[in-house]
Ligand binder design. Structure first.
Ligand code: FAD
Ligand code: DHB
Length: 394
């Protein structure tokens, strides 16, 4: 099968789907190729926190209705250490901005439904995806779909296929710089059927390691604990996880975790990663395909969305005015925000986790930073500004 489109998009994650919706608004045709099935992408548990800018964009794109109904607006977070909680009040510190708790797979469901309803093409369960001619004006994507060969001829390719995708490999190594850091810990994440134990997210620093209390709905809670990234999840019984959570979250005033059945658990490794530039010829990388942040600070999905807003704007500028300046500036424009988020995520991670080689000095440093963050308005404001997300045109 031969298909002709303007923009070939590899990957139906938040980046690929939002890009397709953004381009449609500009009258630009795009086809999305996704290696997993629709059922799989609509059920994979990942992010939960949407920045104000992501929320606003979903509303603008007409995919915000269910999010406004079912999502929960949070106007602050708690930093917990030394047996006490300290609130960072986003509303007060950022002039009324906040965050939305709405699961990533629900964002995916809303975007897929909207894209299909507007007549867009998404080919699910494709395999053997290969990119060709990316330095020419006629790039080509080949893949297999339902047993047949597909050739997607396009003007541009958007590589939105996440960290493990194929697009990044199409950039020649000699043209690239790769920046990477792995962390000596991971997160063990669970879903638990229980009411929320707190009205806002809790980021906890403890002698036993980091813990995070998040939520998915009034009946389903999302919780994380720092763990050995090479540990086998089979070593963690539900009881052990819940005991560890309670121990790390303990307060002087007897706060208790509301427990219930654990319905899912897994361990994820953590890394920081950036590739420069994010573009080669007519191939543009966006989202996790180009950069990864450790999850502390909840920036990954939101960065992916910021990238594709820039890419959509640059492509619209090209098609409407035949000007390439915004496309040429794409990588530089995105990388400024990417590095800000890399720093913020690294900073939050470093402040809140126990490192295997840390000593009493390092622990005092972390406590001093936490204490400063919750008592100085300037320090709290910096955390709040980064957490709710810098303005799109920052
Ligand atoms: P992805 O979501 O990875 O999408 C890429 C898509 O491409 C996938 O559907 C994949 O199947 C497909 N694909 C891969 N290879 C191919 C191929 N060869 N051909 C075609 N398709 C392909 N971020 C936040 O902002 N807030 C949070 O609260 C947060 N929490 C997180 C919690 C966890 C446990 C994890 C794992 C991540 C979290 N993140 C969070 C990060 C966030 O989930 C990612 O940054 C986000 O999914 C990136 O979106 P993306 O579209 O770039 O990539
Ligand atoms: C969640 C994930 C994060 O990485 C984070 O910092 C906050 C919340 C979540 O999955 O709910």
């Amino acid at each position: 099968m031969n298909i002709r489109t303007q923009v070939g998009i590899v990957g139906a994650g938040p980046a690929g789907l939002m890009l397709a919706l953004l381009l449609a608004r500009e009258g630009i045709d795009a086809v999305v190729l996704e290696s997993r099935s629709r059922a799989e992408i609509e059920s994979t548990i990942r992010a939960g926190v949407l920045e104000q800018g992501t929320v606003d964009l979903m509303t603008e794109l007409g995919v915000g209705e269910r999010m406004r109904r079912e999502g929960a607006v949070h106007s602050g977070i708690e930093l917990r250490f030394g047996g006490a909680g300290h609130r960072i009040d986003f509303t007060d510190l950022t002039g009324g901005r906040g965050i939305m708790l709405y699961p990533q797979h629900e964002v995916i469901k809303d975007c897929v439904a909207a894209r299909l309803a507007e007549g867009g093409t998404i080919l699910f369960s494709v395999s053997d995806v290969r990119l060709d001619n990316v330095v020419t004006n006629q790039p080509l994507i080949r893949c297999l779909h339902e047993g047949g060969q597909v050739e997607l001829h396009c003007d541009f390719i958007a590589g939105c296929d996440g960290f493990h995708g194929v697009s990044r490999a199409s950039l020649p190594e000699a043209e690239l710089r790769v920046f990477s850091r792995s962390y000596p810990f991971g997160w063990l994440g669970i879903l638990m059927q229980a009411p929320p134990s707190a009205s806002e997210l809790i980021y906890a620093y403890s002698e036993r390691g980091f813990a995070l209390v998040s939520t998915r709905s009034p009946e389903l809670q999302r919780l994380y604990i720092q763990c050995d990234p090479t540990d086998d999840i089979a070593n963690w019984s539900d009881e052990l996880i819940l005991d560890e959570l309670q121990a790390r979250l303990v307060t002087h005033d007897g706060w208790e975790l509301l427990a219930g059945p654990v319905t899912q658990k897994s361990i994820l490794a953590m890394r920081s990663f950036v590739i420069e530039p994010m573009q080669y010829g007519r191939l543009f990388l966006a989202g996790d395909a180009a950069h990864i942040v450790p999850p502390t600070g909840a920036k990954g999905l939101n960065l992916a969305v910021a990238d594709v807003r820039h890419l959509a704007r640059a492509l619209a500028h090209f098609y409407q005015r035949q000007q390439t300046d915004l496309l040429e500036a794409y990588s530089t424009t995105c990388l400024r925000r990417v590095w800000r988020a890399e720093h913020f995520s690294w900073w939050m991670t470093s402040m809140l986790h126990r490192f295997p080689d840390d000593d009493a000095f390092q622990q005092r440093m972390q406590r001093a930073q936490l204490d400063y963050t919750v008592t100085s308005r300037a320090a709290a404001m910096s955390l709040a500004e980064n957490y709710v997300g810098l303005p799109f045109d920052w």
